[in-house]
Design a protein around this ligand. Sequence first.
Ligand code: NAP
Length: 279
Amino acid sequence: MIIGIVGLGLIGGSLGLDFRSQGHRVLGVSRKPETCERAIARGVADDASVSPNFLRPADVVFVCTPLGVMEAVVDEILSHLSPDAVLTDVGSVKGWVMQAIAPKWANFVGGHPMAGTAESGIEAAQRELFINCAYVLTPMATTPPEAVQRVEDLARSLQAQVYCCSPEEHDRAVAWISHLPVMVSTSLISACHSEADKAVLELARKLASSGFRDTSRVGGGNPELGVMMAKYNQEALLRSLYAYRNQLDQAIDHIEQSNWATLEQALQTNQHQRPNFMH
Ligand code: NAP
């Protein structure tokens, strides 16, 4: 198969590495000429260019740019695609994508591979990033089943677990388990940083270990991605943040009132709940 990838960064580059290692021909398009050169040198793409006009032979095209430029990028590439090509995206938000982009191309399939690292750009691309990760597809009633099947087969070939749901369900679910954690984690880092005593702050930095590493990881990631999650999934993220603030207020109440039994009960409940979110 000939696969086009537009946006050769962490996600686009990682898809390119895996698809090429499966024997597909990968054509890459990115904004900067030096990224295209690196993509070829790193084996992300067989050929790469800043111009989309060589996407014509592609059977499937993955749009892997940041959400903020995705609509403009799609507008730019559409006239260069074969009429039968399947177009898909990897954006972390699906409601906006399905409203703004899906109507532009009949063979469009919304997608979200739920894998990542704290890094971004072509150098962050890595093989086998998607193994055992969720890959969500959000087809509409009008999406041709063959187009969905083609993207689903490619997602499965990455050894990802494929899930289909509505864009709204996707956005509400990822607000809880992906977008809220980014905001909580970044707030944790800034709260620690608000320690006024420099000696205590320095000691805290030295003592920080696995617990802090785990809880601060997603807040220390790509800032552009965090802003895009908030901007394009504002309503669902705010709903989750208000609920989280409510939980924090309850914890503060228990601690202020020295209500240790209630606090322990809440901690016990959550200790039992956590495995339900792990695979
Ligand atoms: P990234 O590492 O920053 O890669 C995006 C790439 O897009 C950049 O390397 C940039 O390449 C290219 N680009 C920017 N503007 C462009 C344009 N106008 N035309 C063509 N290429 C352009 O970001 P990412 O983490 O891979 O995220 C990409 C998409 O994946 C986003 O929509 C995001 O929501 C989604 N996603 C991210 C994650 C994650 O954890 N990171 C997970 C799942 C989905 P140049 O070097 O050429 O500028």
